[in-house]
Design a protein around this ligand. Structure first.
Ligand SMILES: Nc1ncnc2c1ncn2[C@@H]1O[C@H](COP(=O)(O)OP(=O)(O)OP(=O)(O)O)[C@@H](O)[C@H]1O
Ligand SMILES: [Mg+2]
Length: 401
């Protein structure tokens, strides 16, 4: 990245003199038209450093939102992570009180103007959201939001998510647009670095266990075995009964140690030699459950999600089993879809049916939905059920990674 034009002239006034444009190679248009002051550029560099300095993915996302709000003076900020079907699979927001957010219900899935940015994959800056042709209104309890700046965050050619800012008093300017676009470039690279590091950590843990298990098996167990055999061989030439039984006892203890080591190696193994294939296991599960029913079940597992750690696979499969069997048994659906994808810091599972839906407040409960919730709690995840009579049902599950 290069910051082009002019010597850096620090200034003690708030805004300082105009400082020319910043230009980020190969990246957005607003940079060209922006006339940024030295103090805003300095603020931008500081914000960029804060974002780039985070190693944890979740921290990168929150810092990006907060930095963008600071840079622009927006009252509200949010970051939506885009999933496989171009909907928002995660929505982090800043500025709205959690109690109020809870009253507003489910987080936005990216319809309306939020979805416009995903569709066009470019920045959108408007003074009055409600004037935009794609505006579809707000849910109950939503605070008023008019001025709006939305910027996609790219990783390579793909759009990872969108950064949304609203409610800047005098409206967002071309300078704000340039700064937030620059920030989005930095956020994209910090996100992909943090993701890569997480993968490497996972691989490192697996490889470590693999190595220890292999060493234990190949070196130590084989040695113990050899010692046992020599002791037995020695015994053949010894007539003394006391020595004989001493040798037998030693060999017996060696056998016990070997058995204990084998168990230990076996415990080390699950994530190692019995690496799970979520796609295959899910296909099996769906085949078993859906066989007797007429419904068409569509399964989609994203590439990243296919490599989940073993414990998450267990939870994911059990929870899908319940949600899917509910859809098959109770909903009368003709189409059901199961998707598993990786969000920013969690696995996101959805089971959607186009069946009858139900009213959770009046339905007679079995054990399934309660189990679903307690399994999610135990894994420190969440479940959400979107349903209403006649509308079909979507069960959304999020499990932390
Ligand atoms: N996808 C769905 N479509 C329509 N109704 C549903 C759906 N999922 C759940 N329900 C309704 O919610 C009720 C409670 O579900 P829950 O899984 O807790 O119990 P169950 O499936 O009846 O019994 P169990 O899970 O213990 O075998 C169901 O009996 C059904 O009426
Ligand atoms: Mg059930």
């Amino acid at each position: 990245m290069t910051f082009a034009s002019g010597p850096y002239a620090p200034t003690d006034t708030d805004e300082g003199p105009e400082f020319g444009s910043i230009c980020i190679v190969g990246y957005p248009h607003a940079m060209v038209d922006a006339k940024l002051t030295a103090s805003r550029l300095a603020q931008m560099v500081e914000g960029a450093a804060a974002v780039a300095g985070q190693t944890d993915l979740t921290a990168v996302l929150w810092t990006t939102v907060e930095t963008a709000m600071d840079l622009t003076g927006a009252k509200y900020g949010a970051l939506g992570v885009i999933g496989e079907h171009s909907t928002l699979i995660q929505f982090l927001h800043v500025g709205i009180d959690p109690d109020l957010a809870a009253k507003m219900g489910d987080p936005p899935r990216g319809r309306g103007v939020l979805g416009t940015i995903t569709r066009v994959a470019t920045t959108l800056r408007v003074d009055r959201l409600s004037d935009h042709p794609d505006f579809i209104g707000f849910p109950d309890h939503h605070p008023p939001m008019e001025s709006f700046l939305g910027v996609p965050i790219r990783i390579g050619d793909a759009v990872f998510g969108n950064l949304y800012l609203t409610e800047k008093k005098a409206g967002f300017t071309i300078d704000d647009e340039a700064l937030v676009e620059a920030l989005a470039v930095i956020a994209g690279s910090a996100i992909s670095t943090a993701r890569l590091q997480r993968r490497l950590r996972r691989v490192a843990v697996v490889e470590d266990r693999e190595r220890i298990a292999r060493d234990l098996h190949d070196a130590i167990i084989q040695d113990l075995f050899a010692v046992g055999l020599s002791l037995q061989a020695l015994g053949h030439n010894i007539k003394d009964d006391a020595v004989h039984s001493g040798l037998d006892e030693a060999v017996g203890r060696l056998d016990d140690s070997i058995a204990a080591l084998r168990r230990y190696i076996f415990d080390l193994r699950p994530p190692v030699w019995t690496r799970r294939n979520l796609r295959l296991e899910l296909a099996d599960l769906v085949g078993q459950l859906a066989g007797p029913y007429g419904a068409d079940v569509d399964v989609h597992v994203s590439k990243e999600a296919a490599e989940l750690p073993g414990t998450a696979v267990d939870d994911a499969l059990q929870m899908i089993r319940e949600a899917l069997s509910n859809a098959l048994r109770h909903s009368g659906a003709t189409k059901i879809s199961v998707t598993i994808e990786e969000g920013a810091d969690c696995v996101l599972i959805s089971v959607t049916d186009d069946g009858d839906g139900f009213d959770p407040s009046t339905v007679s409960r079995g054990m399934g939905l309660d189990n679903l919730r307690s399994r999610a709690d135990k894994a420190r995840g969440t479940t959400t059920i979107n349903t209403s009579p006649g509308q079909g049902t979507t069960v959304l599950i999020s499990l932390p990674l």
